[in-house]
Design a protein around this ligand. Structure first.
Ligand code: CA
Length: 231
């Protein structure tokens, strides 16, 4: 598959049997795979040889996967698939908040894992292609976003947004039905790394809902927001 050719995946897992099975499957898919078994090694490996994606277990020696994710994302945004113990809802929520893109609960099938890694990279490729090669107009259900003219229509009626509301909407619309953590929206739309400004995100979401309709944006409590529209 074209998403794997020459792409580098860092696998972070201290349980040898799982690490080996994940690495073998990803290598069979054509990925270049590096395996490390603890938190500090993961951060070091990502710094030395930046991967295209990371498969990251939460429970690790040294420091845990959440801390690994936090540190790596602070240096260079990288797609992360997080592995959690079944039923660890807290890990999932914190994982999304620290910048993980997707998660899987153990036990999982290697087939499913490979599919998720491909999906992660496809999503990244698509977002990267959007500004130059993508269509200038995003159409999602009855929502139409003309990026060149910075105009928004819902059900054919023009909606007047502030520049920040527009940028926030475009971010949500590029990854529909994907929960975007407030910290990430803050960093990408406002260029702030400081999570204390997440209330700013909340108030702009409120503005978007007032202008575009309350049904458009779903709140995931404690994490962030997702745009809920049909393709
Ligand atoms: Ca582990």
């Amino acid at each position: 598959m074209e998403t794997s050719a020459g792409r580098r995946v860092l696998v972070v897992e201290d349980e040898r049997a799982i690490a080996d099975a994940v690495a073998a499957r990803l290598r069979a898919e054509g990925f270049l795979v590096q395996v490390v078994g603890d938190g500090p090694s993961a951060v070091e490996a990502a710094r030395r040889d930046p991967p295209d994606a990371i498969v990251l277990d939460v429970m690790l020696p040294g420091f845990d996967g959440l801390e690994v994710c936090r540190r790596i994302q602070a240096e260079r945004p990288t797609p992360v698939l997080m592995l959690t113990a079944r039923g660890e809802e807290t890990d999932l929520l914190v994982g999304l908040a620290v910048g993980a893109d997707d998660y899987m609960a153990k036990p999982f099938s290697m087939r499913e894992l490979a599919a998720r890694v491909h999906a992660l990279l496809r999503r990244v490729d698509k977002v990267a292609a959007t500004p130059k090669a993508g269509p200038p107009t995003l159409r999602l259900g009855d929502l139409e976003i003309n990026q060149a003219e910075r105009r928004v229509l819902r059900a054919g009626a023009e909606k007047h947004l502030t520049p920040t509301e527009f940028d926030l909407l475009v971010h949500l619309a590029r990854a529909p039905r994907t929960v975007l953590p407030r910290e990430r929206l803050l960093a990408e739309v406002w260029g702030w790394a400081d999570a204390s400004g997440t209330r700013t995100v909340d108030s702009h979401i409120k503005g978007l809902r007032r202008k575009l309709g309350a049904d458009l944006i779903r709140t995931v409590h404690g994490v962030g927001y997702a745009l809920e529209v049909d393709r």
